[in-house]
Structure formats: C-alpha cells, structure tokens
Design a protein around this ligand. Sequence first.
Ligand code: ZN
Length: 299
Amino acid sequence: MKIRQGLLMSVFAAVATALIFSTAFAEETAKLKALIIDGQNNHNWRETTPVLKKDLEDTGRFTVDVATSPDHGQDMSQFKPNFAAYDVIVMNYNGDDWCEETKKAFEEYMKNGGGMVSFHAADNSFTNWAEYNKMIAVGGWGGRNKAFGPYLYWKDGKQVVDHETNGTGGNHGAQHEFLVEVRDPDHPITKGLPLKFRHCRDELYEQLRGPAENVKILATAWADPKQRGDGRHEPQLMVISYGKGRVFHITMGHAGIQCKSVAFIVPFVRGTEWAATGEVTIPVPDDMPGEDKPVMRLP
Ligand code: ZN
C-alpha cells in the first residue's frame, strides 16, 4: 500500500511538473516576435528604439529583436533581415534604399500576411519605393508632392481623400500637447479607448500624401493654426491592408520622451499586436489619459 501511494505520488509529481513546464512553454511560445528596424534616421533612433522595445516588452505579449542597418552612405547589400521569422516588423527607419533583394523579401513577407508598424518618420522614408508607399498609404517629405497621390484627412465626420489640392507632402507646426480623437471606436486597436485622449508635446504630422489605398483612419488630431498647423483634422493612427498583410501607421513619437506618453504607448502596443495577429488582447490600462492632461510613464 505504501509502495502504491509512493508510486501514485511520483506519478502526480511527474504530471504536475509536466503541466508546469508545458504551461511555461506555452506562455513563452505564445509571445509574438517583433523586429524593430533602425540604423538610419533623421531622428534619434538610438534613443527611441530602446523605448519602443520596452513599451512592447512591458506588455508581456512580445519578444523584441532589433536589426540595425549600416550607416548612411555605407554598403547596404548585406542588410537582409529575416522578415519571415517575425510576426511584425516595426519600422524606425528613414534612410538609404535597401538592396533589391531585401525590398522584394519585404514585399513578399507583407503580401503573404506579414505585419508592419510605420512609426513616426518611417513614413518619410523610401520616397521612390512604390510598394512601400502603398504599405504606409501616406507619407511626407523626401520630395513627395501631388504626383505621389492625394492628401488624406478627416472632415465633416468622414475620411477625405483629396486628389485636388496641390502642395508638398509632410509638414508639422510647433511641438505642442494635443488631443487625439478616435474616429473608429469599433476597430480592435481603438475599441475601449477614451474617444479623446491627450498626448504630450510632440510634432503633429500633417499634409501627408501618397497612394492612400486600402487605408482607414482610426484617430486624428486637430492641427491648430495657432501652433502653425493647417487647421485640418490630421490622421494620427491608421490601418492599411496590403495583400494579406496588415499595417499600423502611427505618426506620433518624435523622440524618446514622446514614446513614454501613455497616449502613444497604448495605441502603439495595441496596433503592433493587431499588425501581428489581426486581433488585440492587450487591455486598456488604468493610467490611460482622458482629455485633461497627458500621462507619462517615466522611470
Ligand atoms: Zn519628428
């Protein structure tokens, strides 16, 4: 009897151990794999990448790797990230063209159902790469003008694709605090967010233009003329479908400090999860700001 009990106990112990290990393993494997791409930018990518990485890792939903390109003007022919090994690619890159092989690999990755996040100045990049411009829908600077596609903004309760207005693509006024206004509260990324929430002092991107195909504005901010803005409600959060792939485009996040604003963090991490899976499980946190004042997560 004693022997039997002992045996039973050890069987229980073995089963329990196996369960603990398999649960831990499942949790580990359930994490989404994100790759941040940096290495060239007219912005301080050395400062922003670690903050973006922390924002994602703090959710417990991601493991994050970083692929850093050669410096501006250096040989890019060996820069070949293994996109297919990741659920989502976060673009913190605004620099030299990639080699044709890498561009094609990224297009294939996206067409086959990959995920991409365009973060702040990533929408300044690759002016002459047509497929990239389709992925981001709209972009700025780099010589973008009417020939690159329409302006995209929000007016009278709906999304406007403006093919008529001439002008360059990309502008921002003085850095200032602004309200982000949710325009589609039913999308997985914005579901449950306050309809208006305040972001810290940042650049408010405006007058972006591009192909603007298969794009949906999720949230806008009003470009206040007193801050040298254009007076339009400008897209801050967008989603784009590209082949079977999903793109989340967030224009906020000029420097490290802006990436610690909860009004940035929450859409960023939820948008990254959505780009990876098409769903959002990361909850809206208790420190989510409302209209009154920004909330910062400072160490
Ligand atoms: Zn900036």
